[in-house]
Each structure stands twice: as C-alpha cells, then as structure tokens.
Ligand binder design. Structure first.
Ligand code: GTQ
Ligand code: FE2
Length: 350
C-alpha cells in the first residue's frame, strides 16, 4: 500500500486529542519502554541489615500486640525502587516476622502462598491446615495457597523468621482472596504431643541438586524441611562437587517440582574462600543470610552481608557471591512461574 501524504501537524494534534478522549493510545508514540531488549525491573538491588531490623522488631514487640485486624507482627521489606509499595521486588513479598513468648497470631487463609524460613529462637509452631509444625532455626515451613495457618509461641523467648509470599504476583493477577478462620486459632495441642508434625510422618524431604527443572500445579505435601537434613544434603553436595558454592532446591517429594506452584526455595553453601561466577536469571529473588558473612555483587553493586541480612536480586541483574569464612544463604524466587510459562532464561557471565 502506498501511504498518503503525511498529515498536517494540526490534523495530527487533532487525531491525538480525539484518540486520548476515546481512551486509545497510539503504540508508535509509546516507544520502546513497552518492549525493552531485556527486563528492566523497577525494583533495585537492595540490602536490609539484621542489625537494623532486629532492633526495630524488638521495639514493635513492646509497642504493638498481635491480634485480629493486624493479624501478624511483620516488617515487610520495601524496595526503594517500588515507590513505597511494601514489596521486596515486583513479584515477591519478603518480611521479618516475630512473635513474643505466649503470643498467638490468629488463623486465616489467603490465595497468596507463603513460606517461612526460621532465623532465631525456639518454641513456635505454625499450624497448617490442622497440622502443627514445630519451627527451629534453619527449618523451612510451607503454607500453600488457601491453607489455614496460625502461629503460636509456646516457648519463653522471642522468635524470628523470614516470610516469603507471592502476594504481589497474585495481586497483579487480580486473584487475592482472604478469609479469617471462624475461631481465633486452630486446635493444636501442646508441643511434644502426638498428632503434630503429621506431614513429616507421611513424607520424606527431597532436594534437587542445583535447581528443580520443573514447576507443578500442586504444593509439596511435606510442610516442613528440617535444617539437619538440609545441612547434611549440602555437605554431601559440597563433598561431591568441590565447587565454590553447593546449591540445592527444596522439592516436592512426590513430583520433584518446586515446593509451591509459584515459589522456589533453595539453599546455598559457599565454601570458605569461595567465589561464584556472576549469573543472571529471569525472575526476582530474595536472599536471606542464615550463617556467616560475605559479599554479593548484584547488578554491579557490591553488598557486604552477615548473619540475618536480607537482599534482593532483581530479574536479570547479574549476581555473584563470595565468602572468606564460608556462609549459608537461603533463597526465595519466582522461578516456577517463569518455567511454567516458558519464559525462564539464565546466563552465566565471565
Ligand atoms: O504469617 O500469615 O509476612 O498472612 C504476610 C502476610 C505473613 C502470615 C506475612 C501473612 C503472613
Ligand atoms: Fe497469612
């Protein structure tokens, strides 16, 4: 087709005015930001220090009770690139949750799925769809989408753990549902009694060497992965590989897929003196330092971290990790979604 002569500027102005009034946008004026050559997440690489977070959490314990309405004493990681949204990255919620002795956070359920990675303290259990799961440092506890859950501190000290949720993702899909449990909490009995930690009686933990290659629609039927097993598996992988970093993914024991349809959980053990090649991947990730100290370079930005710190690796930002003394890092990512949609990519650099 031969194009007509270009329109006069006045005609164009009129066209744009009328398009705008009709709520239509000409793509040719929107430009390339709609389809950049590679992902350009608004979230930036960022680190939250334990030395800052724990002090504030202790103050929150003294100042704010846990009950219906607030539901949880949670400090959410807010990425400075996200204009005040309480999200660690565009797709991920990350937070530090704490519960004082004798406190119970009320039971509820929601379509966003959640994971807990335990950091400090003892004596808390999370009851997941009627199954009280005891929590100890290094344990991973799952609360899949629409499962009832409440947290009880039956011990005499404060307990802290990392929460990860797919909340921003489910919100972007306009699929958030929420419901309070009809009672304040689910029946759970006391610690040490029978009828608790049932999922562990029925299923054995399973780990993928490196990363799960598959996503699946079903959450893992095993609700708790214990640190002693995870750590032993990391030792085994470290001995077999002799790489700067041993990595495993917690997987569904029945299918080998990531633990939740939307979220993957991994553990990395950096060998003393180890330094990994930078890698970039599609999808966002939150890292939680469980043990040790070290440095990560994320999108060219060096971040020195130590125990309890949390940091974000936004999609497609290259990340390399190193540690002089050795370190254990927990990682939460949205990889299963990218894999399920056929848009996962990764690239090793350097
Ligand atoms: O523990 O149920 O960090 O519902 C955010 C929302 C934790 C929880 C969070 C939640 C929870
Ligand atoms: Fe919840």
């Amino acid at each position: 087709m031969t194009p007509d002569a270009p329109a006069a500027p006045a005609d164009l102005d009129l066209l744009y005015r009328d398009l705008s009034a009709a709520h239509l946008y000409p793509l040719w004026n929107i430009g390339r930001e709609l389809l950049p050559n590679h992902p350009r997440p608004r979230a930036i690489p960022w680190l939250w220090r334990a030395s800052v977070m724990y002090g504030l959490a202790e103050r929150a314990i003294r100042a704010v009770p846990v009950d219906r309405g607030g539901e949880r004493r949670v400090l959410s990681l807010g990425n400075p690139g996200l204009a005040g949204a309480p999200y660690a990255a565009g797709t991920l919620w990350g937070a530090l949750q704490c519960l004082g002795p004798g406190e119970t956070a009320p039971a509820h359920r929601h379509t966003p799925g959640a994971i807990r990675f335990v950091l400090r303290g003892t004596g808390v259990w999370t009851t997941v769809n009627g199954d009280p799961c005891d929590m100890e440092p290094g344990d991973l506890v799952l609360t899949p989408s629409w499962y009832w859950h409440d947290h009880t501190n039956g011990g005499d000290g404060t307990m802290f753990w990392f929460d990860g949720l797919d909340l921003p993702m489910v919100e972007a899909l306009d699929a958030v549902f929420y419901e309070p449990y009809p009672e304040y909490s689910q029946p759970a009995g006391q610690r040490g009694q029978a009828g608790r930690n049932e999922s562990e009686r029925l299923h054995r933990p399973r780990y993928a060497d490196g990363a799960a290659r598959r996503a699946g629609p079903d959450p893992s039927p095993l609700l708790v992965y214990r640190w002693t097993r995870t750590s032993a598996e990391l030792d085994r992988l470290a001995r077999a590989r002799r790489a700067p970093m041993a990595s495993l993914e917690f997987v569904n024991p029945q299918t080998g897929a990531s633990v939740l349809p939307t979220l993957s959980c991994s553990m990395h053990r950096i060998a003393p003196g180890g330094a990994t090649a930078p890698v970039r991947r599609t999808g966002n990730a939150i890292f939680v330092v469980f043990r040790g100290a070290g440095r990560s370079v994320v999108g060219g930005q060096p971040m020195d971290w130590s125990e309890g710190d949390m940091f974000v690796v936004p999609s497609w930002a290259a990340a390399g990790h190193s540690s002089r003394s050795g370190a254990d890092l927990f990682e939460l990512a949205d990889t299963p979604v990218l894999r399920a949609l056929g848009i996962y990519r990764e690239e090793v650099l350097g």
